[in-house]
Design a protein around this ligand. Structure first.
Ligand SMILES: CC(C)(COP(=O)(O)OP(=O)(O)OC[C@H]1O[C@@H](n2cnc3c(N)ncnc32)[C@H](O)[C@@H]1OP(=O)(O)O)[C@@H](O)C(=O)NCCC(=O)NCCSC(=O)C[C@@H](O)CCCCCCCCCCCCC(=O)O
Length: 723
């Protein structure tokens, strides 16, 4: 709630208190508005300072209220915050916002209503509403451009990116930055400005800047937003609202902002994105079958880490650790890789406006295993080869401190087998980073059968410290994410056999909202990655039993198309050709390749396959339902604790569009009975494809009357769980 006290005689100090992030619920907004009014009415008060409780200014409007998860009459909820911001701006005495921690969403809009803003050097400011499928609707889209200009406002509102205090100062978003006590600095500042006229400080009365190239700016922002999230409504609404700041008077702009918000709020997209927000918090609350969980199992401090192997993954992991301020010993035999990491660290330092030395001094390169001895945690990121990793883990187990955690960056290998190669299986966990590891927000923490609570807690916590969302999964081939990818990719290949083209399949998936369709993605990651896995699994190459038909493995349908492309040296972007043709090796622009179409025609003729017309609906249903069906199996087996875990993995790791919530959310939204019936239909048509056989859990949920997704986690607790 809001407390009001007087300091230094004439300064009213208002403290916004609603832990943990001081969210502006309807009740809190009303309370704060009352406090502002009474401070203004107090003749002893000349100036007001507004700060948040507990080291943070404000995390914005209460998302639970916006999502309809708590019982507040909707209009009352949203109008309270708008009224609060208006009342602050209209105050006849200067109001200074003292910002530390974060000022996000409605929190920043509240600060924009204040006449002055002071920020702590570590504070972050932004309008992330677009990431919730919304737009800033307490005046943010109208006030921000009047303060920082159109290019910056458009970018911040349409992407939801937050900025550091330093960048905020450069943009003119704050008036002063302090590394000392923000309250003291704000009170001092407030006393200096107590008598300043306020008219020009009220952003609603400022004329907006009108850049000559406004239309181009808007067009570019719109195209960028649409590229980033195809089919998403909120970024488009954000651009429209900011545009109104240039073309309409303030009150009409505000009106449009609210109309756009009124359209977004009840949309399926907003619901899906708000589900993603809470899902990403739920996954942090992990538990293990023995009763250990995130509350009762403290993480061990990691004050020094080691990374073995500085290939693509190891490099990104090392950069993430350094960026989080953790000293790293990096072991690599190839000098070229050391130069690449150094260059990456220099680039990162420049991005963060830090001196290169501040990063470089945190890394020690070595060729000697003994230099790793001092690390609290080792991340092994060598080539994806089980025998090699097992050898390395056995050596590490004798050369590292007995309490050092041994983590493997693996995307599919058996973590229990690695643990068994050591003398400390309880201190072994899998850490599946996603490429590029210093960019991607997801970390799958793979809990082996013998991983101890402290090992899991430390890996989960480390992920968070690296700025990632950590999701705990149990050990099985492919863990959660890659295991689900297999039936998805297989369906896409079967569709090619039956008559589709890569560009047709990709176009359907990209229209659904994926940044990249399955074939473009496969070209990007390299076709040889899957080829190697299939060879190891005895599905491709010399280990296939003689006499096995090309299109069958272990009695089930198999598509050798990707293997055949690899045999032709078509490994994707790196060789300049794969499912598509590129400008040359390493090229990025995919164009349809006539060679591939001839190849598919010949393949179909050779195997007596009559191509048929395949519609968009079938492409979507077969690819996505096969993937989600595997998700149900993963839940059934307790490999992931709930649908939120799978959806978080897919949205943050595999480019699943956030405005579609994730695969489990999507099938729940379509309706489980309908999904079951379509899977049964496809299963009848393709009886030799086991992934199309509806999972027992899907059948069970349908039989239970399709409970809402928010209840699945609880229902799953009754089933076998490895987590
Ligand atoms: C703040 C963070 C950066 C903190 O991160 P940290 O890692 O420290 O902690 P966690 O993320 O784990 O969070 C801790 C805890 O807090 C919960 N939480 C966080 N933020 C919020 C929040 N804003 N509301 C509620 N709860 C929050 C979180 O869930 C955790 O709890 P849990 O139990 O789950 O563990 C980080 O949390 C963060 O980034 N938060 C979100 C920041 C954000 O997105 N803010 C924007 C919110 S939306 C908003 O502000 C909208 C505004 O623009 C104003 C809207 C006004 C509307 C006016 C509309 C008029 C239209 C009228 C329509 C009428 C229609 C009709 O009549 O029909």
């Amino acid at each position: 709630m809001a407390q009001y006290s007087r300091v230094r005689g004439s300064v009213a100090l208002l403290r916004l208190t609603n832990p943990p992030v001081n969210a502006l619920s309807a009740a809190v907004s009303r309370d704060l508005e009352r406090a502002v009014r009474s401070a203004c009415a107090d003749s002893a008060v000349r100036v007001l300072v507004l700060r948040g409780h507990g080291g943070t200014f404000c995390g914005g409007a209460d998302i639970r209220e916006l999502a309809g998860l708590v019982d507040v009459p909707f209009r009352v909820g949203v109008s309270s915050l708008v009224a609060l911001v208006d009342a602050v701006e209209a105050a006849e005495k200067p109001v200074v916002a003292a910002i530390e921690g974060v000022a996000l969403g409605g929190g920043l809009e509240l600060a924009l209503g204040c006449h002055f803003r002071i920020a702590h050097g570590q504070a972050r400011l932004g309008l992330p509403e677009v990431t919730l499928g919304l737009l800033p609707a307490a005046g943010g889209t109208q006030r921000l451009p009047r303060l920082v200009g159109f290019p910056a406002a458009l970018e911040l509102v349409a992407t939801g990116r937050d900025v550091s205090a330093e960048e905020a100062l450069a943009l003119g978003l704050v008036d002063h930055v302090t590394d000392g006590d923000v309250e003291e600095a704000a009170v001092e500042f407030a006393r200096r400005v107590a008598d300043e006229p306020l008219a020009s400080r009220r952003l609603s009365t400022r004329p907006p800047p009108r850049p000559a190239d406004l239309d181009t700016l808007l067009q570019v922002a719109l195209e960028r937003a649409q590229r980033r999230a195809r089919g998403a409504l909120a970024p488009v609404a954000c651009v429209q609202a900011v545009r109104a700041a240039a073309t309409l008077p303030f009150t009409q702009g505000l009106q449009l902002e609210q109309e756009l918000m009124a359209a977004l709020l009840p949309s399926n997209q907003a619901r899906a994105m708000q589900y993603c927000f809470f899902a990403q918090r739920i996954v942090g609350k992990w538990s293990l079958p023995g009763g250990a969980n995130w509350r009762n199992s403290p993480a061990r401090a990691v004050s020094r880490a080691a990374v073995i192997g500085l290939g693509t993954m190891g490099r990104g992991i090392a950069v993430s650790l350094v960026r989080a301020g953790i000293p790293v010993v990096a072991m690599e035999t190839d000098e070229k890789q050391l130069r690449v990491v150094t260059a990456m660290l220099e680039r990162e330092a420049a991005k963060q406006r830090r001196s290169p030395d501040s990063y470089l001094q945190l890394v020690q390169f070595t060729l000697e295993r003994r230099d790793l001895g001092d690390a609290d945690l080792v991340v092994e990121a060598v080539f994806e080869d089980l025998a090699l990793k097992k050898r390395l883990f056995a050596e590490l187990s004798s050369s590292c401190r007995p309490d050092t955690l041994l983590c493997s960056n693996t995307s599919a290998l058996d973590v229990d087998a690695l643990a068994a190669a050591t003398r400390r299986p309880e201190l072994v966990v899998g850490m599946h980073f996603f490429a590029p590891a210093h960019v991607m927000k997801l970390l799958e923490v793979v809990c082996g059968a013998r991983s101890s609570p402290v090992a899991v807690a430390t890996a989960m916590q480390l992920g968070k410290r690296l700025g990632k969302v950590s999701v705990a999964v149990a050990n099985c081939p492919g863990f959660a994410g890659n295991r689900m990818l297999k039936p998805y990719v297989e369906q896409a290949s079967f569709l090619l056999e039956e008559g589709a083209t890569p560009q047709q399949v990709d176009a359907v998936l990209e229209d659904f909202g994926f940044a990249m369709g399955v074939f473009r993605m496969s070209d990007l990651s390299g076709l040889d990655v899957g080829w190697r896995v299939r060879e190891e699994a005895g599905l491709a190459g010399p280990t296939v039993p003689p006499g096995e038909s090309a299109r069958r493995r272990h009695g089930c349908r198999y598509s050798p198309l990707a293997d055949l492309l690899c045999e032709h040296g078509r490994l994707g972007q790196k060789t300049g050709r794969g499912w598509y043709l590129y400008e040359g090796p390493g090229g990025r622009a995919a164009t349809p390749d006539p060679w591939l179409h001839d190849f598919l025609d010949q393949y179909r003729r050779r195997h007596g396959l009559r191509p048929r017309r395949i519609d968009q609906q079938e492409v979507l249903e077969r690819c996505l339902y096969a993937l989600a069906n595997e998700g149900f199996r993963i839940l059934e087996e307790g490999v992931a604790a709930g649908p939120e875990d799978i959806d978080t993995i897919y949205v943050l790791g595999y480019g699943w569009p956030a405005h579609r919530g994730g695969p489990m959310y999507h099938v729940a939204a379509v309706g489980l009975p309908a999904v079951l019936s379509r899977l049964e239909h496809f299963r009848r048509l393709h009886p030799d494809v086991p992934q199309l056989r509806p999972s027992a859990l899907l059948r069970h949920l349908v039989a239970e009357g399709s409970p809402p997704i928010s209840r699945w986690r609880e229902l799953l607790k009754g089933l076998r769980s490895q987590l």
